[in-house]
Design a protein around this ligand. Structure first.
Ligand code: HPA
Length: 273
């Protein structure tokens, strides 16, 4: 048995002492989008601090808890507050919640984040369907001995973001009259925002959005065979494209403004899963 697997087992045990809810979908809420979890009827709530050995998010405005709820008919575990590499956690801890949601039953992972936009025609407030990612600027969460219980040593990455789920999201967006952008998400470590030159580089590499999360979570979920989809909420135009200086306050303010549109989309997508 690998150490990682032991750790997941201990976390599962803590949660199972509180709830026997079996989720189908794991939803990760990004910066400023956490309110979604307050708007569902929770069947159970487990604070991260109640889970043995669990990493705690330290970002202001991020709660740290799992909310178990039926979204429509779809049993869902919602991560209200994620853990970031820039907080000083190991990548293994960063992806532990993803592995835990899978072990609790979630076969589908729905990732959301706030991101800087650099795709052609992007404006702040846009929503972007993630079609692929670039994680080459952050450590791979699968480094180290392979946890064979979770997945293979060399996972295929040719279709991380499930094509059918992408189509579902497109269709729901269309039905809600939401113009949905699409593109590649690139993860940097943060916590500093990018320089204009780094954004030029990201653009040359084919990215349309940049952020500080998500890609490594998708790597770990793909390792375990989860079906993955993701939406970035473009909270600002990336450095050098925007004339304004970037701030976390701007990200949060834009998230508040876009939250109803975003939450409506997420809700309808999960209801159809
Ligand atoms: N860069 C990186 N992460 C972000 C940004 C950004 O511009 N906006 C929100 N998260």
């Amino acid at each position: 048995m690998s150490q990682i697997n032991d750790k997941i087992d201990r976390c599962v045990k803590c949660i199972r002492e509180k709830t026997d809810f079996i989720p189908k979908v794991g939803l990760v809420l990004g910066s400023g989008l956490g309110d979604f979890a307050d708007m569902v009827k929770a069947e159970a709530i487990v604070d991260y601090s109640e889970i043995d050995g669990f990493p705690l998010s330290t970002v202001a405005g991020h709660k740290g808890r799992f909310v178990f709820a039926n979204v429509g008919q779809t049993p869902t575990v919602i991560m209200q507050g994620r853990v970031h590499f820039y907080e000083g956690y190991s990548m293994e801890d960063v992806v532990l919640p993803i592995r835990l949601m899978n072990r609790l039953g979630a076969k589908i992972l729905f990732l959301t984040n706030a991101a800087g936009g650099l795709g052609d025609g992007f404006t702040s407030g846009d929503l972007m369907l993630i079609t692929d990612h670039i994680s080459s600027f952050v450590p791979n969460p699968l480094l180290g001995p392979n946890a064979d219980e979770l997945g293979v040593r060399f996972p295929d990455m040719s279709e991380v973001y499930d094509k059918e789920l992408q189509e579902l999201i497109r269709n729901v967006a269309k039905a809600q009259d939401i113009s949905l952008k699409e593109g590649v998400y690139l993860q940097f470590t943060g916590p500093s925002y990018e320089t204009p030159s780094e954004i030029k580089m990201a653009k040359l590499l084919g990215a349309s959005a940049v952020g500080m999360s998500t890609a490594v979570e998708a790597v770990a979920a793909n390792h375990m065979g989860m079906k993955i989809c993701g939406i970035s909420f473009i909270s600002n135009l990336a450095a050098g494209i925007s004339k304004d200086k970037l701030s976390h306050e701007e990200v949060k303010a834009c998230a508040d403004a876009v939250a109803p549109k975003f939450q409506g989309l997420v809700r309808a997508v999960i209801e159809s899963m």
